[in-house]
Every structure is written in structure tokens, then in C-alpha cells.
Design a protein around this ligand. Structure first.
Ligand code: CO
Length: 504
């Protein structure tokens, strides 16, 4: 544990990390393992930590000598780390998407990637190929007795939670139409209305946008059943990566961006490279009443958003006539342009994420905003049992430096009541990914549990699983994984009790 005394020097890359260490994480995963016990570790694996950490992210970044243009274009690979009786077992498997199978066979890229990966042969060979490659690489969650590998622009892939074998693309028992989009950021309602639920959405966008808001049962024999399903239309193009929920509301931020598809159509850019921030224009918040809440059947409320671009929200909650929403804002939409190499990006030229709070007055229809933390951060979460409530604590990945942009190298616990921050740092040679908070199921204390985080260890060019005490960020154990994993995206914790309640 380290108090708020970390390096406050200006952002000079050499101070706290080397680019070579950071970029060395971009590798192909060559092996698939099943239930390998992790025996190489220091510390003690907590006995009370029982369940499985699932993670997803790009595992294949190069084919036939050609690299993806952006790591987000890499094929999804799911990992499972199962905690049992003080031992941890590791498995990993690529998701057998149709596109992955075809490219494995061909030994080269056959599809364009959304973030700019092109087929060989220049614009001529890419023009008018508007197929979307479902890479299933963004998140993995458990619904009923299956895992779902999620990628927001298409339908999920269903996977076996034990063997990690791919069953195939899933329409969720007829809920989704063919190729229908399904967000990679479901939110799990911890029981605001009695039962626990998965709340999620899909978006169909163009000059106007339609959001489909869905709620699924997550417990008992009916787990996975759709219990609420509504569509809402809004003006304008919408890029919606994430959202937030409270007991009564689902909250979206329509970022203020334009989409000009022509460079994509003519083979010069990936679809996401055609997004640009709109000048002198604000985004909009959409507050949609949930079916199970006390504003059901009322029209959505719309508010102006602050300037900036948001991928991820931390949490939202209600207090009297107010809704409070915490999100991570960038001053602009970050992208890697066609002539740039992602391994050589200059962090100083890319905007950093800052944690900001917006407060909506449901009566006065006013909004106020404040910055909770200036420090570059991403991947923030509260104790999942406090989602949608006024949580006192949050955990997030952050930069080692206090100002400016830099790779994520530390974990921060933020006390929302008094602003106090504590840190655990992997700098200078370690790089963190999304921290997952696994609550201690035998405790009612909000910050009692563990933080599970994979770090890229630049010294040994490999990946470590770090277990921190979530209350004081003390190190409980550091376990070496038998294979190296590129910087990843999202994952989830499935506790043993959740497992058994889903099976009954
Ligand atoms: Co995300």
C-alpha cells in the first residue's frame, strides 16, 4: 500500500515506465491450457475467495506477418481462473467465431477490423467490403449455465463455463434477431426489486437511433429468461459502449460525435476511425425509466451532457429527486489514425480519462458537474452488491503519475465520502488491466473482499495474477500465469454461491 505520494513529476515516459516494457505485452497467445494449477506464486491465496474470474480480450494480434492496426481488432480469447480451497486453476481458449476459424485456416486476415485493420492489397482490396468481423473480444459474463463472450456490434457467442468450448453464436433463445447488436456492458442489478437481474441493451444507429433495453432473470431454473423488453427512439447518431442503472432508471450518454462512413466504404479507414468529435456541440443524457421501477411507462428524460467523450461509467444512484452519475471523460474521442503504429503511440498526445460526477435534478431538469479525480484512470467499479446505490468506495486502474496521460500501472481505491485515495502500484515495469472487485460473501462491509487484476510484468515478459485486499490494497498473493496475455479488456467474477444459486 502506498498513500497519495506517488510520482508527481510531469509526464516523461522514462520516469515511471519504458515503452518497450509496455509494448512487449502485444504478443500472440500461442497455447490453450485447461485447468492448470498455478503453483508459482508468492503470498497466500485467501481461503474465503471461492469462485471463478473470467476475462476476455484480444489474444491474436498478428497473422502471416501482418499486425492488427489496433489491439481492439484482435480475436477474443477467454480465460478462467478458478479459486478453490486456496488453490487457483487456469484455463484459456480462443472463441471459435466463424471468422476466427476461417482466418486460422487461411493463415492471414480475411476481414477488416472496426478499428482500422485492413486486408492486404490497399484500399482497392478493402473498398465495399462492409462485413463486420465479430471478434467477441470485449467482455465475458455468465448468464444461466453458459458464458457469453460479448462484442457490442453483433450477437454474443455462447461458451461452456467449465471447458471454455464455444457452442456458437447465440440468439439467447430467440430474443435476438440474426446479427442483432448486444452490448458488451450488461449491468447486474443486485436485487433492487427483490430478484437479481441482468440489465442490458442493443443499439441500432444511423441518422436516428433505437435503443433496445432488456432485462433478464439471473437466478433459478429460469435464469437467462427475458423479463423486460422495450425500444426507444432518439434523434441522431449514437455510439453507446456502456450505460448505468439505478433502481428506477437506465442512463445512457449519447456522445457528441459524427460518423462519416465514406472512408470506410472506400476502403481507407476502419468504421471506428470514421468517428470524430462534433465541434461546439454537447452530448445528451438519456434517462430511461425501468419497467420494474416507479416511473415505468413514462417517457425518457433528456439532459445536456458536459463536454467530452465517455466510454465507461462507474456507477449511478438516486437520492430524493436527484440522480448522481459518475463516469470517465476524455477531452476527445481517442483513435489510432491510419498512418500510426499502435505500439509507438505518444501518450502525451492522447487525452487521459478523468472521473467526473453529474447530478441531475429530476424536477428542475438541471444538471451540475464536478471532477472527482484529475488523475488518468479507466476500468472503475464499485462492489457489485452496491451497484445502483450510493456506494462509499470505488476501485479503478490509474496512471502512476497524477497529471497527464500515461499507461495504467496502479490500482486506486477511492473513498467517495471523504475523497481519500490509496494506491497499489505495479510501476515501473508492471502494467495493470481492469481490476475486478470480488466481495467477501461472509461480510456485510462494503469494502471487504479482494481486488483481482492481471498485470503485464515487463521484467519477465509475462502475465501475473495479483490478489489485493480490497480494504487496504495490501498484496495477498502474486501468481505467475504460464502464458503471457496481451493487455486485455473486461471480465467478471462469478462467486461459488452465485454458481450454486444459478444451478438450483
Ligand atoms: Co468497455
Amino acid at each position: 500500500m502506498k498513500d497519495s505520494t506517488i510520482n508527481q513529476k510531469k509526464n516523461k515516459s522514462s520516469d515511471h515506465f519504458s515503452r518497450e516494457d509496455w509494448a512487449s505485452a502485444y504478443i500472440n497467445v500461442e497455447k490453450e491450457l485447461t485447468n492448470v494449477e498455478l503453483t508459482n506464486f508468492k503470498g497466500t491465496i485467501p481461503k474465503g475467495l471461492t469462485g471463478t474470474l473470467y476475462r476476455n480480450g484480444p489474444g491474436r494480434l498478428e497473422r502471416g506477418g501482418q499486425w492488427v492496426h489496433h489491439p481492439f481488432d484482435g480475436d477474443g480469447m477467454v480465460m478462467a481462473m478458478s479459486f478453490k480451497n486456496g488453490k487457483v486453476y487456469f484455463s484459456n481458449k480462443f472463441i471459435r467465431t466463424e471468422e476466427w476459424k476461417a482466418e486460422e485456416k487461411a493463415g492471414r486476415f480475411l476481414y477488416r477490423g472496426v478499428f482500422g485493420t485492413q486486408k492486404k492489397g490497399g484500399a482497392l482490396n478493402n473498398a465495399f467490403d462492409l462485413r463486420l468481423k465479430n471478434i467477441a473480444n470485449t467482455n465475458v459474463i455468465k448468464l444461466g449455465n453458459k458464458l457469453l463472450a460479448l462484442w457490442e456490434a453483433a450477437s454474443p457467442y455462447a461458451i461452456d463455463p467449465e471447458s471454455l468450448q464455444t457452442y456458437g453464436i447465440s440468439n439467447l433463445n430467440g430474443v435476438l434477431k440474426e446479427k442483432e447488436s448486444f452490448s458488451a456492458h450488461p449491468r447486474f442489478d443486485p436485487g433492487h426489486h427483490g430478484d437479481t437481474r441482468m440489465v442490458t441493451f442493443g443499439v441500432k444507429t444511423g441518422p436516428n437511433s433505437t435503443v433496445r433495453l432488456m432485462e433478464f432473470q439471473t437466478q433459478g431454473p429460469q435464469a437467462g429468461k427475458l423479463i423486460s423488453d422495450n425500444k426507444y427512439n432518439f434523434k441522431g447518431f449514437a455510439f453507446l459502449h456502456d450505460f448505468a442503472i439505478t433502481p428506477n432508471w437506465a442512463i445512457f450518454l449519447q456522445n457528441s460525435i459524427n460518423f462519416n462512413p465514406l472512408p470506410f466504404i472506400f476502403g481507407q479507414k476502419g468504421a471506428a476511425q470514421c468517428l470524430t468529435s462534433k465541434q461546439n456541440s454537447k452530448g445528451k443524457f438519456w434517462l430511461i425509466p425501468r419497467d420494474c421501477g416507479r416511473f415505468a411507462n413514462k417517457q425518457p428524460l433528456i439532459f445536456d451532457a458536459p463536454e467530452g467523450f465517455v466510454f465507461h461509467h462507474l456507477n449511478a444512484y438516486e437520492e430524493k429527486n436527484y440522480i448522481i452519475l459518475d463516469s470517465i471523460y476524455y477531452s476527445d474521442f481517442p483513435t489510432i489514425k491510419p498512418n500510426e503504429n499502435f505500439k509507438e503511440i505518444n501518450f502525451d498526445l492522447i487525452p487521459e480519462g478523468k472521473l467526473k460526477r453529474c447530478i441531475f435534478n429530476l424536477e428542475g431538469e438541471q444538471i451540475s458537474e464536478e471532477t472527482l479525480s484529475e488523475q488518468c484512470c479507466e476500468f472503475a467499479m464499485v462492489n457489485p452488491l452496491f451497484l445502483g446505490k450510493n456506494a462509499s468506495f470505488s476501485w479503478m486502474a490509474c496512471a502512476e503519475i497524477k497529471e497527464g496521460n500515461s499507461p495504467l500501472q496502479a490500482i486506486k481505491k477511492l473513498n467517495h465520502a471523504n475523497g481519500h485515495e490509496i494506491f497499489w502500484s505495479a510501476a515501473p515495469r508492471g502494467f495493470v488491466s481492469e481490476p475486478i472487485m470480488a466481495p467477501n460473501q461472509y461480510s456485510l462491509k462494503e469494502d471487504d473482499g479482494w481486488i483481482l487484476v492481471l498485470i503485464w510484468n515487463g521484467k519477465r515478459k509475462g502475465t501475473d495474477l495479483v490478489i489485493l485486499n480490497s480494504s487496504n490494497l495490501n498484496e495477498e498473493a502474486i501468481l505467475e500465469l504460464p502464458i503471457g496475455i496481451p493487455h486485455g479488456l473486461h471480465g467478471s467474477w462469478v462467486s461459488e454461491s452465485t454458481n450454486s444459486s444459478q444451478k438450483t
